[in-house]
Design a protein around this ligand. Structure first.
Ligand SMILES: [Zn+2]
Length: 80
């Protein structure tokens, strides 16, 4: 019993560490820097939520970057 309680405490501590070390948000500059890769991955049908969660998150919050994303996406789609 003591072992499992200790285990739970350890797990909680680890979870808290992961949550606190995770950066909350990125700004527009960082978002635009990563946007090329994000669009490429989107076009390749890869999981951007997994690979670039902060860009995904930013695009949901920022109309400006979302417009940029849509524009880039349609340009690259038309290239194919
Ligand atoms: Zn932005």
């Amino acid at each position: 019993m003591t072992d499992s309680r200790l285990g739970a405490a350890e797990v909680k501590k680890l979870v808290r560490q992961v949550l606190t070390t995770r950066p909350n948000e990125i700004g527009c500059d960082e978002c635009l820097e990563l946007l090329d890769r994000f669009v490429e991955m989107t076009l390749e049908g890869r999981d951007t939520t997994e690979a670039l969660p902060l860009v995904q998150q930013h695009l949901q919050q920022c109309d400006c970057c979302h417009e940029e994303f849509q524009a880039l996406l349609s340009v690259l789609r038309n290239l194919d």
